[in-house]
Ligand binder design. Structure first.
Ligand SMILES: Nc1ncnc2c1ncn2[C@@H]1O[C@H](COP(=O)(O)OP(=O)(O)OP(=O)(O)O)[C@@H](O)[C@H]1O
Ligand SMILES: [Mg+2]
Length: 364
């Protein structure tokens, strides 16, 4: 189904003052590594450190300071990676609010240059929020995927967000210090409209490529025959953003913020035309979520030409036998590369991987 993509993998990691790790090092000798240990021993933190090396941020926490070991003011995480057969050392240093990323000991000029070099897909227990939570989570998720495969998307998105803040500040100011002309507003409108047109187009194309992948994984994972629908909703489906901004100015002034735009976009997940969030069963949601993540994996590997690292946090806790077997068949098959997972029960993993010959263990 997929072209054979080169494997990008992590061979070793070392952590300094990262979460519960004062100073530690581990290696990932096999294509599947299972991190085991009791609750609170640092399994999730170690998995998150691998994610951090790929994206220079934690999967679980938006606040960098949370990743620093209590009582310290910085951390360092270093990984020895294999990129299409070449060894590369990636190091992330965070100290007193400043982040530095190094590749083979040379610092990146722009941290965003590292995004997309290594990729990882995490599946974690709280991820059902992607289905049950608000639209912001889904936008972040789609943006995360598209930003890795398209630098222009990332740049335009960051620019849009910056100009949106400026426009909102301008709207607020009109209440007590109205502008004498519209020059500033017209500038903001034009900039936003241009970025939004590109982002809208990319989000539309993304869904077109993503849906068949999602469909495939959902039906591999679940016994269900439900038809999957994902609808992309956006103000820009009706008219270009410039029209919205110009025609909606009175509303925006009243609410003192920009009410229309791609910052309101959402994706509606449905099974047999019923909204998953409202009517889906736990099992359907679980299968859907895993399918979303596996489709993300497949989409990234196709667009980037290499296989991301799959990070599975505690998922065997939550899966029934049938789904677990289906998932294992998928992730051990063609089109998947390195897998790192966590579990409190090493026996369960040994069993699941039939003797565990190809599984390496890190016991915490
Ligand atoms: N910034 C920090 N500084 C020091 N310790 C931290 C920090 N953040 C988290 N911890 C500690 O790390 C431990 C949790 O680690 P982690 O979540 O990785 O455990 P786990 O092995 O995944 O547990 P579980 O099996 O319950 O999921 C806790 O003991 C917590 O107190
Ligand atoms: Mg954990």
């Amino acid at each position: 189904m997929f072209p054979i993509a080169p494997l990008n993998s992590i061979n070793k990691i070392s952590l300094l003052q990262y979460r519960n790790y004062s100073s530690a090092g581990y290696s990932f000798p096999a294509s599947v590594t299972c991190i085991t240990g009791p609750n609170g021993s640092g399994k999730t933190n170690l998995l998150d450190a691998v994610y951090y090396l790929c994206y220079t941020k934690s999967y679980f926490s938006a606040y960098q300071q949370n990743s620093v070991q209590n009582g310290f003011d910085g951390f360092r995480v270093t990984g020895i990676f294999n990129r299409s057969g070449n060894e590369e050392i990636i190091s992330c240093k965070w100290k007193a609010g400043k982040k530095e990323i190094f590749k083979n000991e040379v610092e990146y000029e722009k941290i965003t240059d590292h995004i997309g070099v290594y990729s990882a897909v995490m599946i974690a227990p709280d991820d059902t929020e992607l289905i049950n939570g608000g639209s912001e989570l889904r936008r972040k998720w789609v943006d995360g995927i598209l930003s890795q495969v398209d630098k222009t998307y990332l740049e335009k998105l960051m620019h849009y967000q910056r100009v949106l803040l400026q426009r909102n500040a301008w709207l607020k100011m009109q209440a007590y210090n109205p502008a004498t002309n519209n020059t500033e507003l017209e500038y903001y409108n034009a900039e936003l409209a241009e970025d939004a047109a590109y982002i809208f187009e990319q989000r539309t194309t993304f869904l077109h490529h993503f849906l068949p992948l999602l469909n495939n994984f959902y039906h591999l994972l679940s016994e269900g025959m439900e038809a999957i629908q994902v609808t992309y909703t956006s103000d820009l489906l009706q008219k270009p953003l410039l029209d919205w901004l110009e025609q909606n100015l009175q509303h925006d002034l009243r609410y003192q913020r920009t009410l229309r735009g791609i910052h309101k976009d959402d994706w509606d997940f449905r099974l047999n035309d019923m909204q998953l969030k409202q009517f889906g069963s736990q099992g359907q949601k679980k299968s859907f979520l895993f399918a979303l993540k596996l489709a993300q994996y497949a989409y990234l590997s196709k667009s980037q030409g290499h296989l991301p690292i799959l990070l599975l946090d505690d998922i065997f806790e939550k899966l029934d036998q049938k789904r677990m077997e289906a998932l294992l068949r998928i992730i051990r098959g063609e089109g998947f590369g390195q897998v790192i997972l966590t579990d409190t029960h090493p026996e369960r993993i040994k069993q699941a991987f039939e003797g565990g010959a190809e599984v390496g263990f890190i016991h915490l």
